[in-house]
Design a binder for this molecule. Structure first.
Ligand SMILES: [Zn+2]
Length: 281
């Protein structure tokens, strides 16, 4: 009897682990079934109207990608909470344009709908934020105005006026939603360091070689004050480089492909998309 009890106690951790695996697997399966169901649902006609009138890139997408985008948006809107800050009341237009621009990045990527956070906080316009950093023995608090930010393992924060401007202008190379959600893709493998998860293991070495070389060139250009299709903010860190080039890749694909062909190729393989084709004709 006592020996049985000892066997039972010894096997208890294994039983707990097996139960955990079983319930976790069941939870993932249920979530995937729900996502499949949501993706199959058509977007409400008023949502499609918002995409057609306010999201300039939508009209450029081929119809199969428009359908894929709509499906991803259904899942995104189900899994994320979009919350107003200040006196902003969250409308359908706000929800649709944030979801559409965020989901453009994961159109063809095998992914998990930006895991690890749920809340997207939206201010009516550019907001003021405080940040603290150490300067030697001193702790310095700086104040800056922002259009958006992405907290590691935390919420995405956006200024609605910039979200709307980004949606309406698909050719200026600036898009705050794409920028902040590129940071979210970047952090999926723990560090926010400009290295997102790539579709295949073989891609990592070439990604590092090309991105490192191009980042150094951008830093040199910033020091010289030289112009480039990639905004100079990209030269501030590898993480910002990835986010800024993402904006350029989707909004100025021909210019990026012409000036930085190797970089364009790496982003094409990363996002499994070729936006150049959307801007032809
Ligand atoms: Zn950034």
């Amino acid at each position: 009897m006592r020996q049985n009890l000892i066997y039972f106690l010894l096997s208890l951790p294994i039983l707990i682990m097996l139960a955990w695996f079983y319930f976790d697997k069941r939870k993932v399966k249920q979530r995937e079934l729900k996502r499949t169901r949501l993706r199959a649902q058509p977007l409400a006609p008023e949502y499609v109207h918002i995409l057609q009138t306010e999201f300039a890139l939508y009209a450029r997408l081929p119809s199969d990608l428009q359908r894929t985008l709509a499906g991803h948006m259904q899942v995104f809107l189900d899994e994320k909470d979009i919350l107003g800050r200040g006196d902003l009341e969250v409308t359908d237009t706000i929800r649709v344009l944030i979801a559409a621009q965020a989901c453009l990045l994961i159109l063809n990527r095998p992914g998990n709908y930006y895991p690890g956070f749920r809340s997207i906080l939206v201010y009516p316009e550019t907001y003021v934020a405080n940040s603290t950093h150490n300067d030697g023995m001193l702790q310095v608090t700086a104040t800056s105005t922002r259009a958006g930010e992405s907290w590691q393992r935390g919420p995405v924060i956006l200024a609605w006026d910039h979200v709307l401007q980004g949606a309406r202008d698909s050719r200026d190379g600036h898009n705050v939603v794409m920028h902040e959600f590129a940071h979210k893709l970047d952090e999926e493998n723990a560090a926010m360091d400009g290295l997102p998860l790539l579709p295949t293991a073989e891609q990592y070495q070439q990604w590092s070689e090309v991105l490192n070389a191009e980042f150094i060139v951008q830093q040199q250009k910033l020091a010289e004050g030289a112009d480039d299709v990639i905004d100079s903010y990209g030269a501030t860190s590898p993480a910002e480089f990835f986010a800024v080039v993402t904006e350029t890749f989707f909004e100025k694909p021909h210019q990026l492909g012409h000036c930085h062909p190797k970089l364009y190729e790496q982003f094409k393989l990363c996002y499994l998309l070729d936006p150049k084709a959307w801007f032809e004709g």
